[in-house]
Design a protein around this ligand. Structure first.
Ligand code: GCV
Length: 837
């Protein structure tokens, strides 16, 4: 293959950009003479019907060519002869009808396509219209990257199901959404203006996602009102030209709560009739509905178990109603009960296999069991769900999460594909044969037709879609992996970077490095060694709160006590979970010596002094990893800052703000986790860092006027466990101290708490000269769920650089409370160059 790059300088790099176009910016490139000769002068889209994906492909190509190279190209639909260079897009069948046969095109299946750029006429031919549109986006992606390679290849999807799920509520809020309110719903109805839906449709089609479930799995039956079904029809009309089908989540109890029946028993004739009618009505509005997504008997949601019916009977109820219409049921395996931690063998991780294994083969053909990648809940590290290895006669799909519920909620940069790959590429050794997870859920391993993936995305009306520009790489890569799970995380990322930020080598290198380092760093400064998560699982799922995992029924336990930590999931002495895997994998996890360090605490309960394969003790690994992760987070910021001037101001500033915040919050994470386990175990840090902060001035040790000490809970989320708050919500507080450090230039860090429900103001002064000021407005700036308490979610750290001080100077903080926020302050640190503390 001849690879031709006519890389042109990116014009308009200084133009402000708000992220709305995502990776489809089609930013302007200058085109040399040589490049001009490669550009098509005509577009032939072999379908003239405006709602068809092939028609859309023609429009996208036209707009893309205009955007990238400024060239206006006409579109025609009914002939394939052209006097000059052209691009022809259509299905293979349309091509044969209009233009005759084409040799060398291999068999295409699913939504696959053939692209051939070797000739003056570029051919983009899909096995169906969707495939043709995907091919057009592929070609545009090449052009937008200045790539004029002469290629001819076919590509087919690994699986037919490539869905996204949106957890949008009818009132417009989004469960675990960090990019603003819904693009679909508002005040119980479907929004009138669907412009954003159309923009989303383009993004999804360009990454070959073929269906979107528009409402939350915690579903509200009012979606089924006539007015809302009409609205659903409007949404589907917008998605249709992009080849994206619409699906809906259902509430199992709807026949009773919405339909007025006295039961929702799936075997009751009136219930069956009710769902059949509703399904027929939905198809009247959305004739190509993809199907239903159902969360049943989970986290308070109703389901068939209420009537002692099996989950398979529950799923088949919908399968029957959908079958005549060609729809499918995505039935979620996320079913578990509350458990008692005093029972050593109780284990939520076992639930999915316990509920579903015996139902294997009992689901109708159009049911797909949708399985979260790990057995708990989208944690920073989990082993693959063993359910994939326990369903031999049932179609499955993997559920991933693009929205970063437990992974920094888009206020932290975490590029997820390296995490996902630990699951997709895992060899389950079913029947002692190679059986990669990706081959199991795609249907390939068990030779099943249905299968694939779904990702919880939760885009919102924010112009960044997800709440952060850099988070969009996760959505882009999800689509690529849903099509081809062997795709390389770094390669996909770099395509995304070029499409999103241009071709500057420095930009490419920096964002690549930052992104690739981000998940390991996040794991390091949050929960490591397979402890799943240490985020607060009882509140926002965001900041640190290791104690929240235990002493409750949620089953996300760490079983940490003064001497030991971890879940014993062995068969010999624990919950028996490891025995849910095929023999070879079960044996690996059963034995502490063959369990990888990064999953040690998932499978074994050990002393803090247990030695890892790495040679470190568990506790020292905790300490070191947290220091190392937080240090990397500082570096992420520095790498981005090195790109100033190379990225438009608007996006540069938006990202810098988040990375500054992340750099600070990683230190809050680091100290909280280290202090917690240091306090619990009493084991000192070999390097004497934990609990020792020579550069800090604790706010509670300053002279206070209008401020008072406040004991923070959880204790580890305040340095020394105490912060200060103003004595009333009207009183301005002042905290003063004399600087005892040697005279010099320092970075001045302040740790404060930014609560929801107030916008306090703070100022920091040296000898009455203002060094800096800030406002407690995180809720307006960042995407994560805010907190109304002083805790690990609201704890925030800011840095003012290069502050000159003299020994004996007066350092003063003045805090002005607002609303319920009493201008809380934890500490100030004066940091010599190079010190992170
Ligand atoms: C939509 C987790 C989340 C819930 C989510 C649930 C699910 O528990 O915290 O918000 O509910 O998973 O996937 O159903």
């Amino acid at each position: 293959m001849r690879v031709l790059f006519f890389l042109a300088p990116l014009l308009g790099s200084a133009t402000a950009e708000n992220g709305l176009a995502g990776w489809l910016r089609h930013a302007s490139l200058s085109c040399s003479h040589q490049c001009q000769s490669k550009l098509p002068a005509n577009i032939i889209a072999l379908n003239a019907t405006e709602s068809s994906p092939v028609y859309t492909a023609g429009i996208e190509l036209q707009q893309g060519l205009k955007g990238i190279y400024g060239s206006h190209v006409d579109i025609s639909h009914d002939k394939c002869q052209t006097p000059s260079a052209a691009v022809i897009v259509g299905t293979l069948e349309q091509y044969r009808k209009t233009c005759g046969s084409l040799k060398d095109v291999p068999d295409l299946d699913g939504d696959g396509f053939w692209i051939d750029t070797k000739d003056t006429v570029v051919h983009i031919l899909g096995s169906n219209e969707k495939g043709a549109l995907y091919g057009a986006f592929e070609y545009l992606s090449m052009l937008a990257q200045g790539n004029f390679s002469e290629v001819a290849y076919a590509t087919n999807p690994v699986a037919p199901i490539r869905w996204v799920n949106e957890w949008d509520n009818m009132d417009g809020s989004i469960e675990r959404g960090y990019g603003g309110p819904s693009i679909f719903f508002k005040d119980g109805a479907i929004v009138e203006d669907l412009t954003r839906v159309k923009q989303y449709a383009r993004l999804l089609a360009s990454i070959r996602v073929n269906a979107v479930v528009v409402n939350n799995v915690n579903a509200n039956a009012t979606l089924l009102t006539t007015e809302n079904l009409e609205g659903l029809g409007r949404i589907a009309d917008v998605f249709r030209p992009y080849g994206v089908q619409v699906g809906v989540s259902l509430n199992y109890a709807s026949p009773e709560t919405f339909g007025g029946l006295d039961t929702f028993d799936p075997l009751d004739a009136s219930v069956i009739k009710w769902w059949t009618n509703i399904t027929d009505q939905i198809y009247e509005h959305v004739p190509d509905l993809a199907g239903y997504l159902v969360k049943a008997n989970s986290e308070g949601q109703p389901g068939p178990l209420t009537y002692n019916r099996t989950l398979a009977e529950g799923a088949n109820l919908f399968a029957n109603a959908l079958q005549p219409h060609g729809g499918i049921v995505m039935f979620r395996a996320f079913v578990y009960d509350q458990l008692n931690e005093t029972n050593w063998t109780a284990d939520r991780a076992k639930a999915a296999v316990e509920f579903f294994k015996e139902l294997d083969g009992k689901f109708d053909e159009n049911v797909v069991v949708q399985i979260k990648y790990g057995p708990i809940d989208f944690q920073v590290r989990e082993p693959v769900s063993p359910l994939f290895a326990n369903l031999f006669n049932t179609s499955t799909a993997i559920e991933l999460q693009v929205t970063q519920e437990y992974l920094g909620q888009q206020s932290h940069l975490v590029y997820l594909p390296p995490l996902w790959k630990t699951i997709l590429d895992f060899d389950l050794r079913i029947d002692h044969k190679a059986s990669l997870t990706r081959d199991v859920y795609s249907g390939k391993h068990f030779n099943r037709k249905l299968g694939g993936s779904a990702a919880v995305v939760n885009v919102g009306t924010n112009t960044t879609w997800l709440g952060s520009h850099l988070a969009m790489s996760n959505l882009y890569a999800y689509g690529r992996l849903a099509w081809d799970p062997t795709d390389d995380p770094k390669g996909m990322l770099q395509d995304w970077i070029r499409l999103t930020f241009g071709f500057d080598e420095k930009v490419l290198d920096a964002i690549t490095q930052m992104s690739m380092e981000s998940w390991p760093a996040y794991e390091n400064y949050s929960g490591n060694l397979g402890i799943q998560t240490l985020t607060d699982i009882l509140y926002t799922h965001y900041g640190p709160n290791p104690a929240s995992q235990d002493d409750n029924g949620w089953g996300q336990w760490t079983r940490a006590d003064r001497t030991s930590i971890g879940m014993d999931r062995t068969v010999s002495n624990g919950t028996g979970y490891s025995g849910q895997y095929p023999d070879e994998i079960a044996a690996m996890y059963e034995d502490i010596d063959t369990t990888p360090d990064n999953l040690l605490l998932w499978f074994h309960h050990v002393n803090y002094t247990h030695q890892l394969h790495s040679g470190k003790t568990v506790i020292q690994h905790f300490y070191d990893a947290h220091y190392s992760g937080a240090e990397t987070a500082q570096y992420l910021l520095a790498q981005w800052q090195s790109l100033k001037g190379k990225i438009d101001e608007e996006r540069y500033e938006h990202v810098v703000r988040r990375l500054e915040y992340q750099a600070g919050h990683s230190i809050i994470w680091r100290d909280a986790i280290n202090d917690f386990y240091h306090n619990l175990s009493g084991i000192p840090d070999q390097f004497k860092r934990v609990g020792r902060h020579p550069w800090r001035i604790e706010a509670e040790n300053m002279s206070l006027d209008g401020y008072r000490p406040y004991t923070v809970s959880p204790f580890e989320t305040a340095s020394g466990s105490v912060a200060i708050v103003t004595t009333s919500n009207e009183t301005v507080g002042t905290a003063t101290t004399n600087i005892k450090l040697p005279s010099g230039t320092y970075d001045l860090a302040v740790n404060y708490y930014d609560l929801y429900g107030g916008k306090s103001q703070w100022g920091v002064y040296v000898n009455d000269k203002k060094v800096g000021e800030w406002q407690g407005n995180n809720e307006d700036v960042f995407s994560h769920t805010p907190s109304i308490y002083l805790d690990g979610h609201s704890a925030t750290r800011l840095k003012f650089r290069d502050v000159k001080v003299k020994k004996g100077d007066t350092l003063k903080i003045i805090g002005k409370p607002d609303g319920v926020e009493p201008a809380p302050l934890d500490y100030v640190a004066l940091l010599p160059q190079g010190i992170v503390d």
